[in-house]
Ligand binder design. Structure first.
Ligand code: DC
Length: 242
């Protein structure tokens, strides 16, 4: 099976800036690491998972049927979404003028994102938006298919993993902080199901790019993983001391 999406046109246009791709399953720490890295090297950040979450959330707000591919594709094409990150780790996601950051981070939006992300039409509708995020001085792109489909020519590709048990524990801790009633066994089952769906879908499945460096974060802190990526980027002359 090809790891490139048939839905994504090849990126024939040269990127306006270098890109570091960080792909991996949920709970691998890629969100935290991508944020830390972007801040440390002063590059832009693309949280591609949030785009799929926003599409699912907007579909729910509009009362679309969960299987309405055309309706969700229209949202992916037309939505006005902007991301704002503060140094303190606070994020705002503006969807047509309203901050939907909290709403798109819940498990319902996560499950909805996994569903809409399996549709080639929705994926294709988001390609140009993602590639347009590659602006100077550079972009840290966080997702599942950043290195395989969206930025196949990126000069540094990381595939971040962690054991399924560790990933469920991390996600549980995160959700508990928000007072969620979620349980660890329930979450483990959901993560296993989402991993299965993301890895086996025919379009842009979650697989490392052939030229990705695979890092296992099971026993590493986010700072240690970020340090490792900073060192790798320095050897590739993407940045200097930082
Ligand atoms: O990283 P996340 O949990 O916010 O991602 C939400 C869902 O979107 C997840 O099920 C995988 C999917 N996704 C994807 O298919 N491709 C991406 N580039 C990013 C996320």
């Amino acid at each position: 099976m090809s790891s490139r999406s048939d839905a994504a046109p090849p990126s024939t246009v040269a990127l306006a800036a270098p890109v570091v791709t960080i792909d991996g399953p949920s709970g691998s720490g890629k969100g935290t690491v991508s944020r830390m890295l972007a801040q440390r090297v002063g590059w832009h950040l693309l949280d591609s998972g949030a785009l799929y979450r926003v599409v699912a959330h907007a579909g729910r707000l509009l009362g679309l049927a969960p299987d309405d591919v055309a309706g969700h594709t229209r949202i992916a094409e037309q939505m006005k979404v902007e991301f704002e990150y503060s140094g303190a780790g606070r994020e705002r996601i503006w969807l047509d003028g309203a901050d939907v950051a909290a709403a798109v981070r819940d498990e319902t939006a996560g499950a909805g994102a996994s569903r809409v992300a399996a549709w080639p039409e929705v994926r294709a509708a988001l390609v140009a938006r993602q590639r347009a995020a590659a602006l100077p001085p550079g972009l840290v792109a966080d997702g599942r298919d950043m290195g395989t489909v969206i930025f196949p020519d990126a000069p540094l590709k990381i595939f971040l993993t962690a054991s399924a048990e560790e990933r469920a524990k991390r996600r549980h801790k995160q959700l508990k902080e928000k007072d969620s009633a979620v349980t660890l066994p329930g979450l483990s089952r959901e993560i296993a199901e989402r991993d299965r769906r993301d890895a086996t879908r025919p379009v842009a499945p979650l697989v490392p790019a052939a030229d990705a460096i695979v890092l296992d974060s099971t026993t590493l802190s986010a700072v240690a993983v970020t340090d490792a990526i900073v060192a790798l980027g320095r050897t590739r002359a993407l940045w200097g001391e930082c």
